[in-house]
Design a protein around this ligand. Structure first.
Ligand code: IPE
Ligand code: IPE
Ligand code: MG
Length: 236
């Protein structure tokens, strides 16, 4: 089935939305939606890397604005991240470099440590990259980059200089951005990196975004005509 796909994104990004509504529609508490969402996430990431061979996957798992949710839900999510980044991660994602996107100083200390440890241990892996956004804000990412540039006393700032100071430094921009649950907004995710991305907004909630849905999304990507501002040559 996958062989039909000729044009795959190099960098795919997911805004994994709708966990709460998925749970509610089943009479479950929101946190169980996050649990189901995490297990779906693991499957979809693996499928992108090891099934389709997509080299870079970015995921929006927790925004700086998500701290405004009830404590119980925030604590449950932090526990999920704790487990996810714990033992087993390295084996679960062979050949994958882990990159935490977000302000680590605002995370519970043990989670920041686990994330840093994974980044250190996987820094020489080159085949795949997983960018995981926890305590992430696209606007803050740019502010952090600008402050670093000032600290480094760089006088002439170019697009390249800005790109080189983002959490995704050294990586190509996002080609394909998927947000589940029908919402059609970025909610502050990867504002710089999506400049020429293709967008896809399936109605299904994240825990229901299965392998068939992923295939459908990638099939849709095939049909997009990416022009990057240029005029496409007519086929003779
Ligand atoms: C996305 O699902 C996961 C996180 C934001 C952590 P939501 O929790 O936003 O689910 P909905 O959008 O309320 O249904
Ligand atoms: C965006 O979803 C953040 C994540 C998926 C982690 P939200 O559910 O927080 O965004 P809004 O509030 O609908 O914009
Ligand atoms: Mg949501």
């Amino acid at each position: 089935m996958q062989k039909e796909l000729k044009k795959l994104p190099t960098h795919i990004a997911f805004i994994i939305d709708g966990n709460g509504r998925w749970a509610k529609s089943r009479g479950l508490i929101r946190s169980l939606g996050h649990k189901a969402g995490l297990s779906r996430l693991e499957k979809n990431i693996k499928e992108c890397f090891y099934g389709y061979g997509i080299p870079i996957v970015s995921v929006y798992a927790f925004s700086t604005e998500n701290w405004n949710r009830p404590n119980d839900e925030v604590n449950y999510l932090m526990d999920l991240f704790r487990k996810y980044l714990g033992k087993g991660f390295l084996k679960k994602y062979p050949e994958t470099r882990f990159n935490l996107m977000g302000d680590m100083s605002g995370l519970p200390e043990d989670i920041a440590k686990k994330a840093q440890n994974l980044m250190d241990l996987t820094k020489d892996r080159t085949k795949f990259i997983l960018n995981l956004g926890i305590n992430y804000s696209g606007q803050d990412e740019l502010v952090i980059a600008v402050n670093k540039i000032i600290e480094e006393k760089i006088e002439h700032v170019t697009r390249q200089v800005i790109s080189d100071h983002l959490f995704t430094r050294g990586q190509p921009p996002v080609d394909f951005m998927i947000r589940t649950s029908g919402e059609q907004r970025l909610s502050n995710f990867m504002l710089w990196q999506v400049a020429y991305a293709e967008f896809y907004f399936p109605k299904v909630h994240w825990p229901a975004f299965n392998s068939k849905q992923l295939y459908k999304a990638l099939l849709e990507y095939q049909s997009r005509d990416r022009r990057f501002g240029a005029i496409k040559e007519e086929k003779k």
